[in-house]
Design a protein around this ligand. Structure first.
Ligand SMILES: [Zn+2]
Length: 268
């Protein structure tokens, strides 16, 4: 009986320690998983802050952006555009001070443009590779887009889905790898290359449960990194984007922690 009591206490303590670990872990290694080579612009100021704090930031880009044609650049879709966009993200990562990006080189929209079979093949491959990278990098936290998809782009929603699926299909990964979704406030504006100022998709303040501050230096580094993306933005686009960013004087980025109540219920 006494032995059973001791084992019971031990089991309770182990689970206490694990849950404390999830909430109080020291965050040194951050894995950011995104869809396109330039999606890191959405996380720019906070990536710069993490780098300034000497955290290890790993950026994974799922697709090669081969269909991201912009008229001003005069580059047609395909291998050449994919290669240029890769260099642009390497350039931005260097400026932000994070590790060189890891490119998974799926096609835009995960191959759906070549048919549903190609989509299944590419998403399966992506899930396997991202799972392996998570185990290898062993991050303290993972970040990606939320179900709103930032701009609402299907690929942003797709990568959010894939990462979430990976976390919930592996026992213990939810506790081991806390997942954070980017969550914009309703009033956040951004400039799109097609020439208009628009609002991003958003999450209510009540559910933006992580508020991360950055400083002016982080913001300036982010602004500098924008000039790497010459295939995507004109100088005017970048100027207008910076102007929109400067309207936000809160110096805060918001996230939503992916959260599961594991308590089993037998009623709804
Ligand atoms: Zn994108």
């Amino acid at each position: 009986m006494k032995q059973l009591f001791v084992i019971g206490v031990l089991i309770t303590c182990i689970s206490c320690f694990q849950s404390e670990n999830k909430n109080n872990r020291v965050v040194k290694t951050i894995l950011v998983v995104l869809a396109h080579p330039d999606d890191e612009t959405a996380f720019g100021p906070i990536l710069s802050r993490f780098a300034n704090e000497n955290k290890e930031v790993y950026l994974v880009i799922a697709t090669d952006g081969r269909y991201g044609v912009e008229d001003h650049a005069g580059i047609s879709s395909g291998d050449r555009l994919a290669a240029i966009r890769k260099e642009e993200t390497i350039c931005a990562s260097e400026i932000l001070g994070i590790n060189p990006p890891i490119f998974l080189e799926a096609h835009d929209s995960f191959g759906i443009l070549s048919g549903i079979n190609e989509y299944f093949e590419q998403t399966t491959q992506l899930k396997n590779t991202i799972s392996r990278l998570i185990e290898e990098i062993n991050p303290d936290v993972i970040m990606t887009f939320g179900p709103d998809g930032d701009t609402g782009h299907l690929d942003h929603k797709g990568i959010s889905d894939l990462v979430t699926e990976i976390i919930v299909r592996n026992q213990g990964w939810y506790e081991k790898y806390p997942l954070y979704y980017l969550a914009w406030p309703k009033e956040k504006e951004f400039w799109i290359p097609q020439g208009e100022l628009t609002n991003l998709n958003y999450v209510d303040l009540q559910y933006r449960n992580v508020h991360l501050k950055y400083n002016q230096k982080d913001q300036s580094t982010f602004f500098e990194s924008l000039h790497c993306y010459k295939s995507q933005f004109t100088s005017k686009d970048i100027d207008l984007w910076i102007m929109a960013e400067k309207k936000d004087t809160t110096y805060t980025m918001y996230f939503r922690e992916f959260s599961i109540n594991n308590q089993v219920k037998t009623t709804l």
